[in-house]
Design a protein around this ligand. Structure first.
Ligand SMILES: C[S@@+](CC[C@H](N)C(=O)[O-])C[C@H]1O[C@@H](n2cnc3c(N)ncnc32)[C@H](O)[C@@H]1O
Length: 279
Protein backbone atom coordinates (compact mmCIF):
# COMPACT_ATOMS: atom_id res chain seq x y z
CA UNK A 1 0.00 0.00 0.00
CA UNK A 2 1.31 3.47 -0.87
CA UNK A 3 1.67 6.37 1.59
CA UNK A 4 -1.27 8.11 -0.09
CA UNK A 5 -3.45 5.00 0.37
CA UNK A 6 -2.52 4.80 4.06
CA UNK A 7 -3.45 8.46 4.50
CA UNK A 8 -6.73 7.84 2.67
CA UNK A 9 -7.61 4.92 4.96
CA UNK A 10 -6.96 7.10 7.98
CA UNK A 11 -9.02 9.93 6.47
CA UNK A 12 -12.04 7.66 5.91
CA UNK A 13 -12.69 7.68 9.66
CA UNK A 14 -14.28 11.13 9.92
CA UNK A 15 -16.08 13.45 7.52
CA UNK A 16 -13.68 16.28 8.43
CA UNK A 17 -10.59 14.20 7.73
CA UNK A 18 -12.00 12.93 4.46
CA UNK A 19 -12.86 16.45 3.32
CA UNK A 20 -9.34 17.55 4.18
CA UNK A 21 -7.98 14.59 2.20
CA UNK A 22 -10.12 15.60 -0.79
CA UNK A 23 -8.80 19.16 -0.55
CA UNK A 24 -5.17 18.05 -0.19
CA UNK A 25 -5.57 15.78 -3.21
CA UNK A 26 -6.68 18.56 -5.55
CA UNK A 27 -3.86 20.78 -4.28
CA UNK A 28 -1.52 17.92 -5.25
CA UNK A 29 -3.01 17.07 -8.63
CA UNK A 30 -4.45 20.20 -10.23
CA UNK A 31 -1.11 20.92 -11.91
CA UNK A 32 -1.63 17.75 -13.96
CA UNK A 33 -4.26 19.77 -15.87
CA UNK A 34 -1.71 22.46 -16.81
CA UNK A 35 -1.49 24.34 -19.14
CA UNK A 36 -5.28 24.18 -19.47
CA UNK A 37 -6.12 24.97 -15.83
CA UNK A 38 -7.83 28.36 -15.52
CA UNK A 39 -10.79 28.96 -13.18
CA UNK A 40 -10.62 32.74 -12.73
CA UNK A 41 -14.13 34.19 -13.06
CA UNK A 42 -15.56 30.84 -14.24
CA UNK A 43 -18.83 29.16 -13.41
CA UNK A 44 -17.67 25.63 -12.53
CA UNK A 45 -19.58 22.37 -12.09
CA UNK A 46 -18.02 19.48 -10.11
CA UNK A 47 -19.71 16.20 -11.08
CA UNK A 48 -19.48 13.70 -8.20
CA UNK A 49 -18.14 16.20 -5.68
CA UNK A 50 -18.12 13.64 -2.86
CA UNK A 51 -17.93 15.26 0.57
CA UNK A 52 -17.10 18.56 -1.12
CA UNK A 53 -13.54 18.96 0.15
CA UNK A 54 -12.34 20.12 -3.27
CA UNK A 55 -14.99 22.80 -3.76
CA UNK A 56 -13.31 25.50 -1.58
CA UNK A 57 -10.12 25.03 -3.61
CA UNK A 58 -11.96 25.88 -6.81
CA UNK A 59 -13.33 29.04 -5.15
CA UNK A 60 -9.81 29.93 -3.97
CA UNK A 61 -8.65 29.53 -7.55
CA UNK A 62 -10.97 32.37 -8.52
CA UNK A 63 -14.06 30.54 -9.77
CA UNK A 64 -17.04 32.92 -9.68
CA UNK A 65 -19.51 30.13 -8.93
CA UNK A 66 -18.78 26.53 -7.89
CA UNK A 67 -21.60 24.00 -8.04
CA UNK A 68 -21.00 20.49 -6.70
CA UNK A 69 -23.38 17.63 -7.41
CA UNK A 70 -23.32 14.12 -6.02
CA UNK A 71 -25.59 11.13 -6.26
CA UNK A 72 -25.28 10.27 -2.56
CA UNK A 73 -27.40 12.37 -0.19
CA UNK A 74 -24.92 11.83 2.67
CA UNK A 75 -22.04 13.21 0.59
CA UNK A 76 -24.02 16.11 -0.87
CA UNK A 77 -25.22 17.16 2.62
CA UNK A 78 -21.67 16.98 4.00
CA UNK A 79 -20.48 19.08 1.05
CA UNK A 80 -23.27 21.63 1.58
CA UNK A 81 -22.43 21.82 5.29
CA UNK A 82 -18.78 22.47 4.50
CA UNK A 83 -19.77 25.16 1.98
CA UNK A 84 -21.93 26.90 4.62
CA UNK A 85 -18.99 26.96 7.01
CA UNK A 86 -16.66 28.51 4.46
CA UNK A 87 -17.34 32.16 5.31
CA UNK A 88 -14.89 33.36 2.68
CA UNK A 89 -16.64 31.66 -0.18
CA UNK A 90 -20.20 32.05 1.06
CA UNK A 91 -22.57 32.36 -1.86
CA UNK A 92 -19.92 31.10 -4.27
CA UNK A 93 -20.29 27.37 -3.50
CA UNK A 94 -23.61 25.54 -3.92
CA UNK A 95 -24.31 21.83 -3.68
CA UNK A 96 -27.12 19.63 -4.97
CA UNK A 97 -28.02 15.96 -4.98
CA UNK A 98 -27.95 15.03 -8.66
CA UNK A 99 -26.95 12.28 -11.06
CA UNK A 100 -24.33 13.03 -13.73
CA UNK A 101 -26.60 11.12 -16.12
CA UNK A 102 -29.37 13.73 -15.86
CA UNK A 103 -27.89 17.02 -14.71
CA UNK A 104 -30.57 19.47 -13.49
CA UNK A 105 -29.15 22.42 -15.45
CA UNK A 106 -29.99 24.17 -18.69
CA UNK A 107 -27.86 23.83 -21.82
CA UNK A 108 -24.63 25.90 -21.89
CA UNK A 109 -24.81 26.73 -18.15
CA UNK A 110 -21.15 26.28 -17.18
CA UNK A 111 -17.80 27.69 -18.27
CA UNK A 112 -15.99 24.57 -17.05
CA UNK A 113 -16.74 21.13 -15.59
CA UNK A 114 -14.51 18.97 -13.43
CA UNK A 115 -14.90 15.39 -12.29
CA UNK A 116 -12.20 13.75 -10.16
CA UNK A 117 -12.19 10.05 -9.23
CA UNK A 118 -15.76 9.61 -10.44
CA UNK A 119 -15.66 8.42 -14.03
CA UNK A 120 -14.70 4.86 -13.09
CA UNK A 121 -17.92 4.67 -11.00
CA UNK A 122 -20.63 6.05 -13.29
CA UNK A 123 -23.01 3.47 -14.73
CA UNK A 124 -23.04 4.95 -18.23
CA UNK A 125 -19.89 7.04 -18.92
CA UNK A 126 -20.94 7.98 -22.47
CA UNK A 127 -24.22 9.47 -21.24
CA UNK A 128 -22.37 11.42 -18.54
CA UNK A 129 -19.98 12.78 -21.19
CA UNK A 130 -22.93 13.78 -23.37
CA UNK A 131 -24.67 15.41 -20.41
CA UNK A 132 -21.49 17.35 -19.57
CA UNK A 133 -21.34 18.43 -23.23
CA UNK A 134 -24.92 19.69 -23.05
CA UNK A 135 -24.51 21.83 -19.91
CA UNK A 136 -21.07 23.19 -20.88
CA UNK A 137 -20.94 26.42 -22.88
CA UNK A 138 -19.18 26.47 -26.28
CA UNK A 139 -15.39 26.66 -25.82
CA UNK A 140 -15.77 25.45 -22.21
CA UNK A 141 -13.39 22.84 -20.77
CA UNK A 142 -14.13 19.46 -19.22
CA UNK A 143 -11.43 18.25 -16.79
CA UNK A 144 -11.46 14.51 -16.03
CA UNK A 145 -9.15 12.62 -13.66
CA UNK A 146 -9.70 8.97 -12.78
CA UNK A 147 -8.03 5.53 -12.63
CA UNK A 148 -8.57 2.98 -15.42
CA UNK A 149 -9.87 -0.39 -14.23
CA UNK A 150 -6.77 -2.55 -14.70
CA UNK A 151 -4.47 -0.08 -12.95
CA UNK A 152 -2.77 -1.36 -9.78
CA UNK A 153 -5.48 -0.05 -7.43
CA UNK A 154 -8.33 -0.05 -9.96
CA UNK A 155 -10.27 -2.71 -8.00
CA UNK A 156 -10.84 -0.19 -5.16
CA UNK A 157 -10.24 -2.77 -2.44
CA UNK A 158 -7.84 -0.70 -0.35
CA UNK A 159 -8.10 -1.40 3.35
CA UNK A 160 -9.51 -4.86 2.75
CA UNK A 161 -6.96 -6.14 0.21
CA UNK A 162 -3.78 -4.15 0.19
CA UNK A 163 -1.66 -5.30 -2.72
CA UNK A 164 -1.66 -4.01 -6.29
CA UNK A 165 -3.48 -5.67 -9.21
CA UNK A 166 -5.47 -8.17 -7.06
CA UNK A 167 -8.10 -8.26 -9.84
CA UNK A 168 -5.54 -9.56 -12.35
CA UNK A 169 -4.71 -12.51 -10.13
CA UNK A 170 -8.04 -13.54 -8.62
CA UNK A 171 -11.61 -13.72 -9.85
CA UNK A 172 -13.95 -10.95 -8.67
CA UNK A 173 -16.00 -13.50 -6.75
CA UNK A 174 -12.96 -14.68 -4.80
CA UNK A 175 -11.84 -11.12 -4.14
CA UNK A 176 -15.23 -10.20 -2.77
CA UNK A 177 -15.21 -13.32 -0.55
CA UNK A 178 -11.71 -12.48 0.69
CA UNK A 179 -12.73 -8.88 1.41
CA UNK A 180 -15.76 -10.17 3.35
CA UNK A 181 -13.45 -12.37 5.46
CA UNK A 182 -11.12 -9.44 6.15
CA UNK A 183 -14.12 -7.34 7.10
CA UNK A 184 -15.18 -10.01 9.61
CA UNK A 185 -11.75 -9.87 11.22
CA UNK A 186 -10.98 -6.14 11.03
CA UNK A 187 -14.48 -4.55 11.15
CA UNK A 188 -13.33 -1.68 8.96
CA UNK A 189 -16.88 -0.61 8.15
CA UNK A 190 -17.44 0.24 11.82
CA UNK A 191 -14.49 2.62 11.63
CA UNK A 192 -15.39 4.27 8.31
CA UNK A 193 -17.87 7.02 7.43
CA UNK A 194 -20.92 5.74 5.44
CA UNK A 195 -19.73 6.57 1.89
CA UNK A 196 -16.53 4.57 2.52
CA UNK A 197 -18.29 1.46 3.80
CA UNK A 198 -18.66 -1.62 1.61
CA UNK A 199 -20.85 -4.53 2.68
CA UNK A 200 -18.88 -7.30 1.02
CA UNK A 201 -20.95 -10.15 2.41
CA UNK A 202 -23.92 -8.99 0.27
CA UNK A 203 -21.94 -8.80 -2.98
CA UNK A 204 -20.84 -11.12 -5.81
CA UNK A 205 -18.78 -8.66 -7.84
CA UNK A 206 -16.74 -5.52 -7.21
CA UNK A 207 -19.27 -2.78 -6.46
CA UNK A 208 -19.83 0.59 -8.18
CA UNK A 209 -17.20 0.08 -10.88
CA UNK A 210 -17.87 0.27 -14.61
CA UNK A 211 -14.54 -1.42 -15.42
CA UNK A 212 -13.64 1.31 -17.91
CA UNK A 213 -10.31 0.76 -19.68
CA UNK A 214 -8.14 3.40 -21.35
CA UNK A 215 -9.08 2.06 -24.78
CA UNK A 216 -12.81 2.13 -24.02
CA UNK A 217 -12.55 5.63 -22.56
CA UNK A 218 -10.84 6.99 -25.67
CA UNK A 219 -13.52 5.35 -27.84
CA UNK A 220 -16.26 7.00 -25.77
CA UNK A 221 -14.63 10.40 -26.05
CA UNK A 222 -14.54 9.91 -29.81
CA UNK A 223 -18.26 9.18 -29.78
CA UNK A 224 -19.07 12.21 -27.62
CA UNK A 225 -18.57 15.48 -29.49
CA UNK A 226 -15.72 16.72 -27.28
CA UNK A 227 -12.30 17.48 -28.73
CA UNK A 228 -9.40 16.30 -26.56
CA UNK A 229 -6.92 19.09 -25.82
CA UNK A 230 -4.65 16.76 -23.89
CA UNK A 231 -4.94 13.26 -22.47
CA UNK A 232 -2.10 12.35 -20.13
CA UNK A 233 -1.63 8.80 -18.95
CA UNK A 234 0.20 8.94 -15.61
CA UNK A 235 2.29 5.84 -14.91
CA UNK A 236 2.54 3.93 -11.64
CA UNK A 237 5.47 4.76 -9.35
CA UNK A 238 6.12 8.20 -10.80
CA UNK A 239 6.44 9.94 -7.42
CA UNK A 240 8.81 7.30 -6.08
CA UNK A 241 10.94 7.32 -9.24
CA UNK A 242 11.20 11.10 -9.14
CA UNK A 243 12.65 10.83 -5.63
CA UNK A 244 15.50 8.35 -6.31
CA UNK A 245 18.75 8.54 -8.23
CA UNK A 246 18.44 7.33 -11.83
CA UNK A 247 14.70 7.11 -11.27
CA UNK A 248 14.28 9.55 -14.15
CA UNK A 249 15.49 6.88 -16.63
CA UNK A 250 12.91 4.37 -15.43
CA UNK A 251 10.27 7.05 -15.51
CA UNK A 252 10.99 7.83 -19.17
CA UNK A 253 10.73 4.11 -19.90
CA UNK A 254 7.40 3.89 -18.04
CA UNK A 255 6.10 6.97 -19.84
CA UNK A 256 6.88 5.32 -23.17
CA UNK A 257 5.17 2.10 -22.04
CA UNK A 258 2.15 4.10 -20.95
CA UNK A 259 1.60 4.98 -24.61
CA UNK A 260 1.59 1.34 -25.71
CA UNK A 261 -1.97 -0.02 -26.03
CA UNK A 262 -2.81 -2.97 -23.73
CA UNK A 263 0.41 -2.62 -21.70
CA UNK A 264 -0.69 0.85 -20.64
CA UNK A 265 -3.88 -0.57 -19.12
CA UNK A 266 -1.71 -2.16 -16.41
CA UNK A 267 0.72 0.62 -15.61
CA UNK A 268 -1.32 3.81 -15.98
CA UNK A 269 -2.73 4.77 -12.57
CA UNK A 270 -4.59 7.90 -13.67
CA UNK A 271 -6.10 9.24 -16.88
CA UNK A 272 -5.93 13.05 -16.92
CA UNK A 273 -7.98 14.40 -19.78
CA UNK A 274 -8.86 17.96 -20.74
CA UNK A 275 -11.52 18.35 -23.42
CA UNK A 276 -13.16 21.31 -25.10
CA UNK A 277 -16.67 21.76 -26.43
CA UNK A 278 -15.74 23.49 -29.65
CA UNK A 279 -17.74 26.63 -30.36
C1 LIG B 1 -14.41 8.56 -5.01
S1 LIG B 1 -15.65 9.75 -4.82
C2 LIG B 1 -14.83 11.19 -5.44
C3 LIG B 1 -15.27 12.44 -4.75
C4 LIG B 1 -14.62 13.74 -5.22
N1 LIG B 1 -14.80 13.96 -6.64
C5 LIG B 1 -13.18 13.76 -4.91
O1 LIG B 1 -12.36 13.39 -5.77
O2 LIG B 1 -12.81 14.14 -3.81
C6 LIG B 1 -16.77 9.35 -6.14
C7 LIG B 1 -18.07 10.12 -6.00
O3 LIG B 1 -18.81 10.04 -7.22
C8 LIG B 1 -20.17 9.99 -6.88
N2 LIG B 1 -20.89 9.47 -8.07
C9 LIG B 1 -20.82 8.25 -8.62
N3 LIG B 1 -21.63 8.15 -9.69
C10 LIG B 1 -22.21 9.37 -9.82
C11 LIG B 1 -23.15 9.92 -10.72
N4 LIG B 1 -23.67 9.19 -11.73
N5 LIG B 1 -23.56 11.20 -10.56
C12 LIG B 1 -23.08 11.95 -9.54
N6 LIG B 1 -22.17 11.48 -8.64
C13 LIG B 1 -21.76 10.22 -8.78
C14 LIG B 1 -20.21 9.09 -5.67
O4 LIG B 1 -21.39 9.24 -4.94
C15 LIG B 1 -18.98 9.57 -4.91
O5 LIG B 1 -19.28 10.59 -4.01
Amino acid sequence: MTKVHKELLQAKRTVRDYQKWEYDEIVRIYKDFAPWWELQGKRLLDVGCGLGGKLPFYAEQGARKVIGVDLRPFSAFAAAHLACEQGKSSGVICVAIADGLTLPFQDNSFDAIISVNVFEHVVDPLSVLQECYRVLRPNGYLYLYFPPFYSPWGAHLDGWINFPWPHLIFSEQNLVRAAAQVELQKSLNAQFIPPAQVFWANLDTLPELNRLTIRQFLELVNRAKFKILECRLLPVGRHFLQSIQLGGFFLIFLKILSLVPRINELIVTKIVCVMIKEG
